[in-house]
Design a protein around this ligand. Structure first.
Ligand code: UT7
Length: 324
């Protein structure tokens, strides 16, 4: 018998304020047409003044707990993937823990930028498979609107705020690819690419939060290549091939990256979950947001094989294969 980390519930939260592309036309040299054609983004949500990453995370967590039919008392630990925490410390995870009224267990944040949710899932899987936890909340939550340079048209039109969460629980499997739950993970990073996507501030350098800087075009080319190779590696580790995949649930940065990766894997777009048009790039929140929306729409069903992949600052990238 093999212990598997199985998805028991999923949820998400998007702030009320929806910002269409046309909003940026009023103060930047850009157009709805450019943003739509180059990125696939049509609108994004921005958090209200005073609304923090932990606020979004708590709402997504409550939704996921309800969906799983359990309460905070059933949870052993919380992992929050974020690069935009409320404070330098304590972690967003311990803030969520407190808000949910959890007085036992543990919480910590995972920082791998847009690949954060994949890294958090891999860590949660390891905790469950090794017997250190029975049930975990894994959350991706971001307020990237807080680190935008509103004079930089090449970045500020691309990002949005939001949160998604899943409940992962231990279940016995057979050790084969027929099991439910996480079947494989694949993590990678390469610090030589630091300048391709970074924030130009921090605690021990400037003492400020800083603003996001990105070399979009070179990153685009890295993304398609690295996302395809990590997805293929994860599938191989799981003993599966592209044809076994029911859904790619990719990081939602750019529709052209999503299409390019699917094309390289030989998977048609009607088997790819796409939410980038409605959410923009929500960094670590994008995959759990896409999962939650797709489950609510009845697309992803029990037994389906999913491959999720993401890349972000570092560069850090990775993939997870799981049976829903
Ligand atoms: O989540 C982390 C991972 N992030 C990514 O993977 C993002 C990867 N990169 C991308 O998604 C794309 O590279 C972008 C959407 C950022 C840009 O698309 P692109 O097709 O690579 O365009 P580009 O950067 O080569 O820029 C083309 C032109 C430039 O003008 P010139 O130099 O050709 O005159 C830019 O200055 O588009 C210009 N441009 C804009 N024009 C209107 C850049 N931003 C804008 C804008 N509106 N908002």
């Amino acid at each position: 018998m093999t212990t598997r980390a199985v998805v028991e519930g999923v949820g998400h939260y998007l702030p009320d304020r929806v910002v269409p592309n046309a909003y940026f036309e009023s103060f930047l040299d850009t157009t709805d047409e450019w943003i739509k054609t180059r990125s696939g983004i049509e609108r994004r949500h921005f958090a209200a003044d005073g609304q923090t990453t932990s606020d979004l995370a708590v709402r997504a967590a409550r939704h996921a707990l309800e969906n799983a039919g359990c309460t905070a008392d059933d949870i052993d630990g919380i992992l929050v993937a974020t690069s935009t925490p409320d404070l330098t410390f304590p972690s967003v995870a311990t803030m969520v823990q407190n808000e949910l009224g959890m007085t036992r267990g543990f919480g910590f944040d995972v920082q791998a930028v847009c690949a954060g949710f994949i890294y958090a899932l891999a860590n949660a899987n390891a905790l469950i498979v090794s017997g250190q936890a029975r049930r975990l909340l894994v959350i991706g939550a971001e307020t990237f609107s807080r680190i935008m340079d509103w004079t930089d048209r090449s970045t500020c039109v691309l990002f949005g705020d939001g949160a998604g969460a899943i409940v992962l629980g231990a279940q016995q499997g057979t050790g084969t690819a027929q099991d439910s739950g996480i079947l494989s993970t694949d993590l990678n990073s390469d610090g030589r690419y630091r300048d391709m996507l970074f924030v130009d501030g921090g605690v021990s350098s400037t003492g400020t939060a800083g603003k996001l800087r990105m070399q979009g075009n070179p990153l685009f080319r890295q993304a398609v290549e690295k996302l395809t190779s990590t997805a293929e590696s994860a599938l191989e580790k799981a003993g599966l091939v592209d044809a076994d995949v029911n859904w790619i649930v990719p990081h939602q940065a750019n529709i052209r990256i999503i299409q390019g990766t699917a094309r390289k894997m030989g998977i048609p777009m009607d088997r790819v979950i796409v939410t980038v048009q409605d959410h923009g790039n929500t960094s670590a929140a994008s995959i759990p947001l896409a999962l939650s929306v797709a489950v609510a729409e009845g697309k992803i069903k029990r037994g389906d094989v999913l491959v999720s992949e993401a890349i972000g600052g570092g560069l850090a990238w990775g993939a997870v294969v799981l049976r829903w």
